[in-house]
Design a protein around this ligand. Structure first.
Ligand SMILES: N[C@@H](CCC(=O)N[C@@H](CS)C(=O)NCC(=O)O)C(=O)O
Length: 245
């Protein structure tokens, strides 16, 4: 029996990142599904594990940890998955550089497009349907375009430099940073906004490489299983989008 318990909901980008990392790195863990739509993450027993009432969180023995970037690094270190954390000091520093940027640089602009697009079409669980201010939507779109250009320039530029062997954010091996970035961007596909990342050939290629590595490590069908809840949202959204057009 594994000593790691993961508290997660696969609708959540950072939850999927930790789940996919554990699968791809072949680390056994106990699954504790928290249904965000049923507000299971606000129950007193879960607030003992994560006082912020958010997913993901992990528990190893009596030790509880929150924040996806910290969880990913901790689990990779705990289980000796050096490749995933960076084999050299510089390699690890490049991963940390991305992780420091992720919350404001990537997650915020992705969410500011994802959530309003979603609730503009469907009333979804905790999110109440309302009309979105077109100016706010336009600003969010521009901010996301800037974020994706910055991601390409600062983190993936070496992918187009044939002289280097760097293929992922940190180096030649997929890392925890790649999984976190991938899950954040992939979320956009549920509301038909994949065009934002598909427009960039470097980002598109990097996403395909990340998917290949996840399936290589976790086995065929790993991504399909992880994305099942998100696909349900995608179908609901597409139906509402079609009906409203
Ligand atoms: N900075 C946190 C963000 C966690 C987070 O925002 N989780 C969301 C799901 S994606 C959540 O639990 N939301 C429910 C809430 O805030 O009530 C991380 O990276 O782990």
């Amino acid at each position: 029996m594994s000593d790691i318990t993961l508290y997660f909901d696969l609708l959540s980008q950072p939850s999927r990142a930790v789940y996919l990392f554990l699968k791809a790195a072949k680390i056994p863990f106990k699954e504790n599904n928290m249904d965000l739509m049923k507000e299971e993450h606000k129950k007193p027993e879960y607030l003992q594990i994560n006082p912020a009432g958010q997913v993901p969180a992990v528990k190893v023995g009596d030790f509880c940890l929150t924040e996806s970037a910290a969880i990913l690094k901790y689990l990779a270190s705990l289980k000796g998955k050096k490749d995933w954390n960076g084999k050299t000091v510089e390699y690890e520093a490049r991963i940390d550089q991305y992780l420091s940027w992720q919350q404001s640089g990537m997650r915020k602009p992705c969410i500011e497009v994802f959530i309003p697009t979603l609730i503009n079409k469907i009333t979804f669980g905790l999110f109440i349907q309302k009309n979105i201010d077109p100016k706010q939507a336009e600003d969010a779109k521009k901010a996301l375009e800037v974020a994706i250009c910055q991601f390409e320039d600062r983190y993936l530029k070496s992918l187009t430099d044939k002289k280097t062997k760097i293929k992922f954010i940190g180096g030649s091996h997929i890392s925890v940073a790649d999984i976190l970035a991938y899950c954040e961007l992939y979320q956009l596909s549920a509301v038909g906004k994949e065009g934002f990342y598909k427009k960039s050939p470097a980002v598109k290629q990097w996403m395909a490489d990340v998917e290949k590595e996840i399936e290589n490590g976790g086995g065929k069908g790993t991504l399909e299983k992880a994305n099942k809840r998100l696909c349900e949202v995608k179908e609901k959204f597409a139906a509402a989008d079609g009906a409203k057009k």
